[in-house]
Write a protein that binds this ligand. Structure first.
Ligand code: G4P
Length: 190
């Protein structure tokens, strides 16, 4: 997606050789107009595939997922990284290990918001190791629902996320793909 790619070129910052900082328009300050265009593009890509719900993982996937859900006319469900007093019963849960952040958490979904009739599109900001998306997939499969695919804003091609998801039969749509980060440059895969 050209608008996203241009923005990454203009404002993306490299932290070491591996982490791309996009805090000025995705992860901290949010460019709402860009998120709307991103959501519309995701909706167009998965149009006609019978998607009944969009799932995202808190927190940075929420903004684009809101717009994708709006354009597809389906509900958005935000998978939680921790349960709370208001979310303590009737849950599907699975442990996710985040290699980038070196933490683990219980990805949590209320059984009220999924059924075996659902065909779900997962939306997230980054595809790196694919652990978060694989966790979402485990929850969807526990509930005997099906997966339409995974849409991500930025795929880091040099990490194993896409291979992990495709091995599990998930169609991956990446709006931008980064093949590697040099010392001072971000190189996009075509
Ligand atoms: P995964 O997201 O593919 O599962 O890989 P991994 O477990 O390594 O990533 C863990 C977290 O780190 C995720 O955020 C992911 O979006 C984020 N991340 C991975 N690579 C990058 C990067 O190059 N830049 C930035 N800014 N983030 C990256 P999260 O824990 O789900 O947090 P949140 O930001 O959604 O709250």
């Amino acid at each position: 997606m050209d608008a996203l790619k241009e923005r990454i070129k203009a404002e993306g910052k490299l932290l070491g050789e591996d982490i791309l900082k996009v805090d000025s328009f995705i992860n901290h300050q949010v460019d709402v107009e860009l998120m709307e265009a991103i959501g519309r593009d995701i909706a167009e890509h998965f149009q006609g595939q019978g998607v009944t719900k969009i799932f995202t993982i808190e927190s940075s996937g929420i903004a684009p997922a809101v717009f994708a859900a709006r354009y597809m006319g389906v509900p958005l469900v935000i998978l939680k990284k921790r349960s709370s007093k208001t979310l303590s019963q009737n849950l599907w849960q699975t442990e996710v290990i985040s290699y980038t952040k070196d933490v683990s958490y219980e990805l949590t979904l209320s059984k009220d918001y999924i059924s075996d009739q659902d065909h779900i599109l997962i939306v997230d900001d980054f595809l790196a190791n694919g652990e978060a998306a694989t966790g979402a997939l485990r929850l969807i499969r526990k509930a005997h629902a099906t997966v339409a695919g995974l849409a991500v804003l930025i795929e880091k091609v040099y990490q194993p996320g896409r291979a992990k998801l495709e091995e599990q039969g998930v169609a991956v749509y990446a709006q931008t793909r980064i093949s590697h980060c040099g010392e001072h440059e971000i190189v996009f895969a075509e």
